[in-house]
Design a protein around this ligand. Structure first.
Ligand code: PHE
Ligand code: FE
Length: 278
């Protein structure tokens, strides 16, 4: 049987934790130590508390033990998948408080960049935030919202919300901007760039604005959106019916990725030097 057919209808596979080599575990630990040293003062407190609670510093976590901890905290589980899964399958997992995580780990020559999310991105990046009760509810609601967006033919818009929050979100705190996005916390380069570099725009989160803003998957972001708090994010999304928004969006153009709109709350008007040079 090929790898494409060896999964269940929900695309889950056994993690096969026993199958990891010593080199696989060493890759995890190298990445863990690098990011854990970088994140205090950069990642938000909710993320850092979650990372501590999960206790995943020594080698690739066994999803069974990880899920036990997470279930006790917020009722979420981590299930193994071979890589990216079809959108409806992904949303159904989220709607049922299951986070699908790739079970493979990057090669040693891919420490800094890889295209498909591996177990380090998925677990180190995403799972700590799932220990936060508010974020845990947001992710579940996003799963339901994804299935709904598909019915409206507006998934490309909703995907931008995931991208600019779950993957690349920043949070305003009294101590300054902090990272909560998984794509940032799991990347050495971007956890510096997202907060410190003068190049990208940093703009206050607005739901309509985000749904209209395209994103790039091949390099550091040109714009980051800053939420006021996790409860504010949950409130603005869960308690908004997206159906009228989706109708509006059908008649509105996208906003160019590096544009600043008159109504934006601008934290940083970026130089875009980085994007211009890459
Ligand atoms: N409230 C949204 C809708 O009506 C669903 C949603 C919730 C989407 C949370 C994203 C995040 O479709
Ligand atoms: Fe991700």
């Amino acid at each position: 049987m090929s790898i494409d057919t060896a999964h269940a209808p929900d695309w889950t596979i056994p993690q096969d934790w026993e199958g990891y080599t010593a080199a696989d575990h060493a890759t995890w630990t190298t990445l863990y130590e690098r990011q854990a040293a970088l994140l205090p003062g950069r990642a938000c407190n909710e993320y850092l508390a979650g990372l501590r609670a999960l206790d995943i510093s020594r080698g690739i976590p066994d999803f069974r033990l990880l899920s036990d901890k997470l279930l006790a905290l917020t009722g979420w589980q981590v299930v193994a998948v071979p890589g990216l899964v079809p959108e409806d399958i992904f949303f159904d997992h989220l709607a049922n408080r299951r986070f699908p995580a790739g079970n493979f780990i990057r090669r040693p020559d891919q420490l800094d960049y890889l295209e498909e999310p591996d177990v380090f991105h998925d677990v180190f990046g995403h799972v700590p935030m799932l220990t936060d009760p508010v974020f845990a509810d947001y992710m579940q609601a996003y799963g339901r919202g994804g299935l709904r967006a598909m019915q409206f033919g507006r998934l490309p818009n909703l995907a931008r919300l995931y991208w600019y929050t779950v993957e690349f979100g920043l949070l305003r705190t009294d101590a300054g901007l902090r990272i909560y996005g998984a794509g940032i916390v799991s990347s050495g380069g971007e956890s510096r760039f997202a907060l410190d570099d003068p190049s990208p725009n940093r703009i206050g989160f607005s739901l309509r604005r985000v749904l209209r803003t395209p994103y790039r998957i091949d390099d550091f972001q040109q714009v980051y959106f800053v939420i006021e708090s996790l409860p504010a994010l949950l409130d603005e999304t869960v308690n908004t019916d997206f159906a009228p928004l989706y109708e509006e969006l059908a008649n509105l153009p996208d906003i160019p990725i590096a544009a600043i709109e008159q109504t934006d709350h601008v934290y940083t008007h970026g130089t875009q030097h980085y994007a211009a040079a890459h």
